[in-house]
Design a binder for this molecule. Structure first.
Ligand code: DX5
Ligand code: ZN
Length: 220
């Protein structure tokens, strides 16, 4: 099943509860929360306080994407805030194996993300330990950038690995997903599609979600 994870980064930060309600009513089950520290990426978004405030207002699954240099240090704060899954970057300062283990022991799902310039093969030793692998299809830091189709071989690699090993690995794509690029990503094997500006930039969020899922061939 293909899932959509609208990214809160493109929402109106003055009305987050309503924004979350809109996408839930529109058929989304996940909310993608982009955390940026102004160090790992040249932008600052929001932290655990905002996530904790939103947690009791919605039943959406909280998919937290940490674009921060030291995910291990901040892990307890994001678990306490109500994350359901925590994804950190392979390129962060973290010891990857240790951080995966710490997230797993915290009782939440775990993902690792790779930036466009990172070879996907670096994740191979860790794949059996993951719930999700995230292929960035833009340089992390900002919403509204153009999808990089040249990242699709990474998605194909992950899907092939999951199929060959009989593992239920989610393959997430993040960056530039809209009703056109969703089709390319899904055809390559992605099953969790992050979309920020294409959903929150649309007047009718339900329609935008429906268009992306329909183009990806999913049902909801
Ligand atoms: C970029 C973030 C993305 C971003 C996606 O660093 O990780 O989640 O919000 O936004 P769009 O869908 O507009 O590319
Ligand atoms: Zn993201």
């Amino acid at each position: 099943m293909i899932q959509i994870a609208p990214s809160l980064l493109s929402a109106d930060f003055s009305r987050l509860e309503q924004e979350a309600a809109d996408i839930e009513a529109g058929g989304a089950q996940m909310l993608h929360l982009d955390v940026m520290d102004g160090h790992f990426v040249p932008n600052i978004s929001f932290g655990p306080g905002v996530i904790a405030s939103l947690r009791p207002k919605t039943r959406l699954f909280f998919d937290v994407h940490l674009m921060i240099s030291d995910p291990l240090f901040y892990l307890p704060a994001f678990v306490k805030a109500g994350a359901d899954m925590i994804t950190f970057h392979y390129e962060s300062d973290a010891d990857v194996g240790k951080t995966i283990e710490a997230i797993r022991s915290s009782g939440v799902k775990v993902g690792v993300a790779v930036k466009p310039g990172t070879e996907i093969a670096v994740l191979e030793p860790f794949l059996p330990l993951l719930d999700m692998a995230l292929v960035m299809t833009v340089e992390p830091g900002f919403g509204g950038q153009r999808f990089m189709p040249q990242m699709m071989p990474k998605v194909e690699y992950l899907r092939r690995w999951a199929d060959e090993n009989g593992r239920p690995l989610w393959v997430q794509v993040d960056g530039g997903i809209d009703a056109v690029t969703a089709k390319t990503a899904a055809a390559s094997g992605a099953d969790v599609l992050v979309a920020g500006s294409a959903v929150f930039g649309a007047e009718d969020r339900a329609k935008a979600i429906g268009a992306i899922l329909q183009s990806a061939g999913g049902v909801f």
